[in-house]
Structures are given as structure tokens and as C-alpha cells.
Design a binder for this molecule. Structure first.
Ligand SMILES: [Zn+2]
Length: 243
């Protein structure tokens, strides 16, 4: 069910039903190594409105883009073809993937980083995600935050973003609350996908930004339990994942 009480259809019923406006961006290239999208990265625009964000994402001088921009009113703007490599992620990694742009679809959400995400925007995101996940056979745990792949560098889509709402629709995931040994946190977080190359505190902060916002104490058994739960259910196979 949606939060407004109307039933949500399945991804299959939503396929091809997303009404899009096309605002082509010149900021893209070919996906490298024959890469196809196998995960989705969510961003916020951190701009005053979707119009300003659209101008930035379509300006060749900025050299940034995304596949989609969703406005505050739920209008989906198609900026870059899904088959192409949009320039949205920058430096970062998830699991074994270091060329994130070649392996992902980027969605920018019109939000200033402080305000709640508009309900119409969230409805449109759910429709768009359902179609993308089905089209490319992407599982819900492969829908991640920009902050997940760029710990210490990016914080979007930020603490106001409702991951649990997406998880309820099977369009993202949410960990089960449990306890584990604190010494198991870092390995579990890396097994889930966070970079092993950042320092432990930065990794913890990035993890909490998404899964335990507002908690600022030292690493504890709840952090560890959440990470172990994610690692057990969604562990990255670092031997076979392409970069
Ligand atoms: Zn971002």
C-alpha cells in the first residue's frame, strides 16, 4: 500500500507506464567494458528546485548528469538513455564496482537536503524504480545511496529520505534489528558493499546515515547487528562482481 492508502500495483503493471518528459543532457558516454546497469544510485539535487537542477544537469560545462530527475511534483525528466553512461556518481565504489557510472542508473531527486521529500516525488520514484528493476533484473538490495558508494564525500539522498518506505514496496531493503559483536561490524559492512578502503569511522558514519540516522554514540552491538544482518542476506561476491 502507498502511504496515501491506495494500493500499489506490481512492477509488471507499472512497466512502461511512467510518463516522462525528455530533456536530453549532453553529459554522458558509452558504458565501459560492455557494462550494463546492475544497480541504482539515488541522489538529491541540493538545489532550489527541479528547474535549476535540470539546467545544471543539461549544461555541457558542468559535466554532470543523471539518467532521471524527478521534480517535487512527481514529474519524471529523462535526461540520459538508460543504455548510456551518465555522469552522476564520481569517485567511489560499491562492492567490487569501481566504475560506478558504467554499472548503474542514477536518479536525482529534487530536494534541498533539509526538507521532507514530497509525496508526489516518492510516488513517481516508486513507479520509476519498479520499471527499472524489472527492465534490468536488478534486485532491491542493489538500490543504494550516493552516500553509500562515496563515504566521507557525499551524504545524499540524506537523512530525510525514507528508505523504509521503499523497502516496504520491495524497491530497496532495510535491515532487521538484532545484536552482534561490535568487532564484526566493519567486515560485515564491507561484505554488504561499503568500501574497505575508507577509515572505520567514515564507514560507520556512512552506514548510520542510511540505516541508523540520529545515533551518534560509539560503535555498538546494534550497528553490528544491522550490518551482519545485511551481510548475511545480501553479501557481495567480491570474486565475481565486475568492475
Ligand atoms: Zn549525489
Amino acid at each position: 500500500m502507498r502511504v496515501d492508502g491506495t494500493p500499489r500495483n506490481t512492477a509488471r503493471l507499472y512497466k512502461d507506464s511512467v510518463q516522462k518528459l525528455s530533456h536530453p543532457s549532453p553529459n554522458f558516454g558509452e558504458r565501459k567494458h560492455g557494462g550494463k546497469p546492475d544497480f541504482v544510485v539515488l541522489h538529491y539535487t541540493a538545489m532550489v528546485d527541479a528547474g535549476a537542477a535540470c539546467r545544471t544537469l543539461c549544461n555541457p560545462e558542468t559535466e554532470v548528469s543523471a539518467h532521471y530527475l524527478i521534480s517535487e511534483t512527481g514529474q519524471v525528466h529523462s535526461l540520459v538513455d538508460e543504455n548510456m553512461r551518465a555522469w552522476h556518481a564520481g569517485v567511489g565504489s560499491w562492492g567490487n564496482v569501481t566504475d560506478v557510472n558504467s554499472h548503474s542508473i542514477g536518479i536525482e531527486l529534487a530536494n534541498d537536503g533539509f526538507s521532507p521529500f514530497a509525496n508526489k516525488l516518492m510516488n513517481a520514484l516508486e513507479d520509476l524504480l519498479a520499471a527499472i528493476l524489472e527492465r534490468w533484473d536488478i534486485p532491491p538490495h542493489r538500490v543504494i545511496a550516493h552516500s553509500d558508494l562515496a563515504p566521507g564525500r557525499k551524504i545524499d539522498p540524506g537523512p530525510r529520505f525514507d528508505w523504509q518506505r521503499l523497502a516496504q514496496e520491495n524497491l530497496a531493503i532495510w535491515p532487521n534489528l538484532r545484536h552482534a559483536r561490535i568487532e564484526d561490524f566493519q567486515e560485515a559492512a564491507c561484505a554488504f558493499g561499503y568500501s574497505p578502503l575508507v577509515d572505520d569511522l567514515t564507514r560507520l558514519q556512512s552506514f548510520r546515515l542510511r540505516f541508523r540516522h540520529g545515533f551518534s554514540g560509539p560503535l555498538d552491538e546494534v550497528d553490528a547487528g544491522l550490518a551482519v544482518d545485511l551481510a548475511e542476506r545480501f553479501s557481495i561476491d567480491r570474486l565475481t562482481t565486475a568492475s
